[in-house]
Write a protein that binds this ligand. Structure first.
Ligand SMILES: [Zn+2]
Length: 80
């Protein structure tokens, strides 16, 4: 992992400002960001929904608040 060497203060509400250059590079403006822990690191990545079964990012449908791809929907219908 590259270290950018940018230090930002966390404000009283837990907010930080992501550097504009990084937001622009990853096209993050007005995007959702996924936040998770990796050991003692706080990781951010641009959120893109995945199929809950296979991880595909194309042809997604929302079912009960979860994303499911067309292939998995087809496989579910074919199950007996
Ligand atoms: Zn799938």
């Amino acid at each position: 992992m590259k270290t950018a060497g940018i230090v930002r203060k966390v404000d009283d509400l837990g907010r930080i400002v992501l550097p504009a250059e990084m937001r622009r590079l990853l096209e993050l403006d007005r995007s959702d960001v996924e936040i998770f822990l990796d050991g003692n690191r706080i990781c951010l990545r641009k959120y893109s929904p995945n199929c809950i079964f296979c991880g595909a990012q194309e042809a997604l449908t929302q079912l009960a608040g979860k994303s499911v791809c067309a292939d998995c929907i087809k496989k579910l219908w074919e199950r007996k």
